[in-house]
Design a protein around this ligand. Structure first.
Ligand code: NAD
Ligand code: ZN
Length: 360
């Protein structure tokens, strides 16, 4: 077995108000390339106070990006890259301010600015040829772990798969819990549950180890304080904790692996366009036989926060649709292997996976 050799974020700033240190953080980098920065900012912030405090210089290019219509696509990255290079040449760096979608756009863009051709060529592990440029992430919604992961998930014509390599990882993140206070309650819950599910799946499988368990245990402890215990709820104290839980949950799965819920989630998202964190919640509620304790606790959190998840979705799905969904999931063999053991191929057959989807 090969042991993972994971590239971590180079630098991390954490604390309330730390976003105000953005300008000074990037100042030394401005001497690189064509001396300007690209900002990729979640469209939600258009007209909000944060958009007046971007600390940009006049030469910087700012893009407000709508992430609600669809998750980041290969086309979107290619078009943006071509436009930026033809307008001003190679930037000093890319700054992404937003959730998992925006952070993935920033990560992918930093790589595609120095790699020729379409991003579809590089969907997979270690396919990128040249290091990207400096990139900095500022999460404004917490849970996916995209701030720490080595992947930039893109939906292409054929695959929903990340640009995965050491150079994908951010050079710097700024974790300012004040920025997540405006997240709507339902998204707060779904995205937070992504962290919770990362930890449950990381723990329950072949690949866990003292390293992944230590991060996962701490993230689970924080999740219980944020979503389950007496002081649970969307408070400033809990926002402080959620930002850390998201990062630690991401590190836990990095040193281990995700499992059945994520394998199914990619199938659901690819075929129906369901958003990652919401898809996980829709699926996880039905996996009590696979993750009994995790799903039990998840249901308590659902009840506590009066979250209603859709039921009986599969009634609308033909056998052909189920086959398409199951094919996407089936191919994520490393997740099935981790979750079900070395004889996973005998268990996770196409029929078994289709039956799991029929539970939804
Ligand atoms: P998101 O970026 O898709 O945003 C969700 C919603 O929250 C959007 O409507 C956005 O405008 C809004 N929002 C963001 N910040 C806000 C704020 N402070 N106040 C109010 N609204 C705010 O959310 P996400 O769940 O963080 O990311 C999902 C994406 O992340 C998917 O595209 C998925 O593929 C990707 N993902 C990536 C990784 C990775 O490791 N790279 C892991 C999991 C998921
Ligand atoms: Zn996830």
């Amino acid at each position: 077995m090969t042991h993972k050799n994971f590239k971590n974020i180079d630098k991390v700033t954490y604390g309330r108000g730390s976003f105000s240190q953005l300008a000074e953080t990037v100042a030394p980098l401005r001497k690189e390339n064509k001396n300007y920065f690209i900002y990729i900012v979640d469209n939600y912030f258009t007209g909000k106070p944060l958009s007046k405090n971007l600390q940009n210089k006049p030469e910087d290019l700012i893009y407000f990006v709508d992430v609600d219509r669809y998750e980041p696509t290969t086309d979107q990255i290619d078009t943006l890259r071509d436009e930026i290079l033809s307008k001003k040449g190679l930037p000093s760096g890319v700054i992404g301010i937003g959730g998992g979608s925006i952070m993935d756009i920033a990560k992918a863009l930093s790589l595609m600015l120095t790699n020729e051709g379409s991003s579809t060529l590089y969907q997979g592990l270690n396919l990128i040829k040249n290091p990207g440029i400096y990139h900095l992430g500022v999460p404004t919604i917490s849970g996916t772990g995209a701030e720490v992961s080595m992947t930039a998930v893109l939906t292409g014509p054929e695959k929903k798969l990340g640009l995965k390599c050491d150079w994908t990882v951010f050079n710097q993140v700024i974790l300012d819990p004040e920025l997540i206070s405006s997240v709507p309650r339902d998204w707060w819950f779904y995205t937070g549950m992504d962290t919770y599910i990362h930890c449950i799946e990381s723990h329950n499988g072949l690949r866990n180890n003292a390293f992944s368990l230590a991060y996962g245990d701490q993230a689970l402890h924080l999740c219980r304080e944020i979503f389950l215990n007496d002081k649970a709820g969307q408070t400033p104290e809990n926002d402080d904790k959620l930002m850390v839980a998201s990062l630690m949950g991401g590190l836990s799965l990095t040193y281990s692996e995700v499992g059945v819920c994520h394998a199914l989630s990619y199938g659901l998202s690819k075929i129906h366009g369901t958003r990652h964190c919401f898809a996980n919640c829709v699926i996880f509620q039905h996996l009590e036989d696979i993750y009994p304790d995790g799903v039990g606790e998840f249901k308590q959190m659902i009840k506590k926060h009066k979250i209603e998840l859709p039921q009986k979705l599969s009634k609308e799905w033909s056998d052909e649709t189920l086959t398409k969904m199951a094919t996407v999931s089936y191919n994520l063999s490393f997740m099935w292997n981790h979750a079900l053991g070395d004889n996973y191929k005998e268990i996770a057959t196409m029929d078994y996976i289709k039956d799991l989807f029929r539970r939804l």
